[in-house]
Design a protein around this ligand. Structure first.
Ligand SMILES: NC(=O)C1=CN([C@@H]2O[C@H](COP(=O)(O)OP(=O)(O)OC[C@H]3O[C@@H](n4cnc5c(N)ncnc54)[C@H](OP(=O)(O)O)[C@@H]3O)[C@@H](O)[C@H]2O)C=CC1
Ligand SMILES: O=C(O)[C@@H]1CCC=N1
Length: 291
């Protein structure tokens, strides 16, 4: 079902403005365009200074930028949905700077790590409906994970609309806002943990004598196959791991070395640290906003 705003607009006719035109804005907009949820002409992209980036996004996807004539101010005023997609360090100044352009008919969706709904309200006023989300870069290929929380101003229709937008780029999980930092530690930063593990496996394969291309192919297929085994069989990773591990065999030998290096505990500690860092970023932002 194609949900609409209270004004009765179907999603395909809504204007979506990405305030911040980096990796996350590209990942989400690409998913929306490729899933034909939003035509590229309805999407605008704003950044601070990088015109080459805007040209690249226009060439690649046909999205609107100031290079096609309109102003950033127009894009924000005319948008039905505004994604806040700049780095946390730039957020307070950038978001505070558009307060006068916003109205209650618009929906603001933040993807900024750590930044609370309350802080966003302080920057743009308490009456604008705000969604706090934590997507990940796998949204680019429609396999993202997005944690979503709503301010009390967000209507039921707007909730359905938000869910539909993010479902176009992967799976969604509605969470209480207190869980958003934890979502960051699990799935927001999560793709990087897997890439790090893949880097290690590729370097290991190279040491074992495979050329770069072969190492990449072996590792990618191994990781893809393992993730799909967990998904399709419904078996626990620990059970699947035991099926690979013959007593006193090669896998046992490898896992013993990895366990001696505390791989599991280190990964878990990393996830907790990411979560803690999201909280620190949020607290730093809150302090800046109050000053
Ligand atoms: N990357 C990821 O995996 C994820 C990121 N996030 C969150 O998404 C947000 C964006 O991250 P990411 O896409 O990686 O960042 P990028 O650095 O790739 O992009 C940031 C963008 O913000 C723009 N920007 C900065 N300041 C302003 C300003 N004052 N006005 C307008 N635009 C501005 C930059 O423009 P310019 O280049 O011209 O300076 C750039 O286009 C972050 O808050 C992050 O926490 C959330 C989930 C996952
Ligand atoms: O590293 C970061 O801070 C952002 C948030 C989640 C993924 N990237």
């Amino acid at each position: 079902m194609n949900y609409s705003t209270e004004a009765g607009k179907p999603i395909s006719t809504m204007r979506i403005c990405f305030y911040g035109a980096g990796s996350m804005a590209e990942a989400i907009s690409r998913g929306l365009i490729e899933n034909q949820l939003t035509p590229p002409g309805q999407i605008s992209m704003l950044n601070r200074q990088n015109k080459d980036r805007l040209q690249e996004l226009n060439d690649r996807y046909g999205v609107q930028t100031i290079l096609q004539g309109a102003t950033n101010e127009q894009f924000i005023r005319e948008a039905d949905i505004i994604f806040l997609a700049m780095k946390p360090k730039d957020a307070a100044e950038a978001i505070g700077g558009i307060r006068h352009l916003l109205s209650e008919r618009q929906l603001v969706i933040s993807v900024i790590a750590g930044l609370s709904i309350d802080s966003i309200g302080k920057l743009i006023g308490p009456d604008i409906p705000v969604v706090r989300s934590m997507p990940n870069t796998s949204s680019t290929i429609g396999l993202g994970v997005t944690g979503i929380s709503y301010s009390s101003r967000v209507s039921e229709e707007q909730r359905k609309l938000t869910d539909q937008l993010f479902q176009a780029v992967g799976m969604t999980q509605t969470v209480d806002e207190t869980k958003q930092d934890s979502i960051t530690g699990v799935s927001g930063s999560g793709p990087a943990y897997v890439y790090y593990f893949m880097e290690a496996m590729m370097e290991g394969a190279a040491q074992l004598g495979f050329d770069e291309q072969t190492a990449r192919e072996l590792v990618v297929q191994t990781v893809l196959g393992a993730a799909e085994m967990v998904r399709l069989t419904g078996e626990e990773p620990a059970v699947l791991r035991r099926k690979v591990t013959s007593p006193n065999g090669t896998t046992q030998a490898a896992i013993e070395v990895m366990a001696a290096g505390n791989l599991k505990e280190t990964v878990m500690k990393g996830m907790l640290r990411s979560t803690e860092r999201a909280g620190e970023i949020g607290a730093e932002l809150e302090r800046n906003i109050q000053r």
